[in-house]
Design a protein around this ligand. Structure first.
Ligand code: NAP
Ligand code: GDD
Length: 329
């Protein structure tokens, strides 16, 4: 058996794809949890985009079904478990609060219980979120900043976050939480604002759309590249002691400024195309996020490598190429 066996829940998502790529490069056997879908043809589209689909062993399970997790954990006997699965779209969490609580919150309880019963020595990563800071209580958020969740998603993430800390203290598991600020890439889901913008820019540039409808342009986020952020996840599990870390760039940018950057990549002016559409506003907003990742820098040796300008241009170029090729993702 290979020494390092990683099991990733949420392997079909953005971070799951980049984390798989990183772990394969490091010589891990990579296993992933996938929930059964009628759209099986697109299930591993991100891994295929990265050219690694045939190197990941997929297992049928669901975060809401602990028996399915136990079966997979028993079979794989992972040395590291990365719990990335979630209903991760904040806006949908008001439409589906129960489902969000079940998957994003209680799903983590199922994963932790399966770990405790089946492979208690495995190291555990919990995908916590800067969304937990919500109505921010400090101008720059670090590991000591108080949480103030502003969505059903954030409340569910907070439950999973504290449960991980509780299992660390109760059962001595090696469980770490990465409080990751927003991170994006060409593999970002199309519903999130950055990818919606870069896809919209590509469509307008190629003459396929005339406008880009958006909600709150004044919200500010600390945006980094997912490829950089999965390195921090791995580093957390290589530490002797489990702990919690903020992962961020230390730069905050408004949605409006992101639009300006993206449109300027193709020589266009954002103001000529953006339309405000109330359907994209939220019942409660997180106005401002800005992370201080100095603990991750000092203790993990982690710093971001990609600038926002590089991220935006990579995303715009990928969307233009994707549309020209007629590729799905
Ligand atoms: P994502 O692209 O939305 O991926 C979510 C993954 O969860 C998908 O693989 C999805 O599977 C899976 N999933 C959903 N419900 C499931 C269930 N009931 N059972 C099993 N799997 C299920 O998210 P991401 O951007 O990669 O983020 C990864 C994690 O980090 C998430 O937990 C997210 O909340 C958290 N996070 C993300 C960010 C960010 O900026 N990206 C920041 C902080 C925290 P399907 O493909 O079948 O839908
Ligand atoms: N999605 C979306 N669509 N957001 C819009 C739009 C729009 O048309 N117009 C403005 N926004 C604003 C949202 O109101 C929000 O303030 C901001 O853009 C970012 O929205 P998202 O890209 O949907 O991300 P998020 O910050 O709500 O959540 C992401 O980051 C969290 C970490 O802070 C997700 O990846 C979460 O899973 C993650 O935990």
């Amino acid at each position: 058996m290979t020494k390092h066996r990683a099991l990733i829940t949420g392997v079909t998502g953005q971070d799951g794809a980049y984390l798989s790529q990183l772990l394969l490069e490091k010589g891990y056997a990579v296993h992933g949890v996938v929930r059964r879908s009628a759209s099986a043809d697109v299930m591993d589209s991100r891994a295929r985009w990265l050219g690694i689909a045939d190197q990941i062993e997929l297992h049928d399970a669901n975060l809401t079904d602990i028996t399915s997790l136990l079966r997979v954990f028993d079979q794989v006997q992972p040395t590291e478990i990365y719990n990335l699965a979630a209903q991760s779209f904040v806006k949908s969490s008001w439409q589906q609060p129960y489902l969000t609580g079940l998957v994003t919150g209680l799903g983590a309880a199922n994963v932790l219980e399966a770990l405790r019963i089946s492979c208690p020595g495995a190291r555990y990563y919990q995908a916590s979120s800067s969304e937990m800071y919500g109505l921010v209580q400090d101008p720059i958020q670090n590991e000591n900043t108080k949480f103030y969740p502003r969505s059903p998603y954030a409340a569910a993430k907070l439950y999973a976050h504290w449960l991980t800390i509780n299992y660390r203290e109760s059962f001595n598991i090696h469980g770490s939480c990465g409080i990751l600020f927003n991170h994006e890439s060409p593999l970002r889901g199309i519903e999130f604002v950055t990818r919606k913008i870069t896809d919209g820019v590509a469509r307008i540039r190629l003459g396929l759309a005339k406008t880009l409808p958006l909600g709150n342009l004044e919200a500010k986020r600390d945006w980094g590249h997912a490829k950089d952020y999965v390195k921090a996840m791995w580093l957390m599990l290589q530490q002797e002691r489990p702990d919690d870390y903020v992962v961020a760039t230390g730069r905050t940018t408004s949605v409006r400024e992101f639009c300006h950057l993206a449109f300027s990549c193709v020589g266009l002016k954002a103001d000529d195309f953006i339309e405000i559409d109330d359907r994209f506003l939220r019942p409660a907003e997180v106005d401002f996020l800005l992370g201080d990742a100095s603990k991750a820098a000092t203790q993990l040796g982690w710093t971001p490598e990609t600038t926002l300008e590089q991220l935006v241009s990579e995303m715009v170029e990928a969307d233009i190429e994707r549309i020209e090729r007629g590729a799905r993702l």
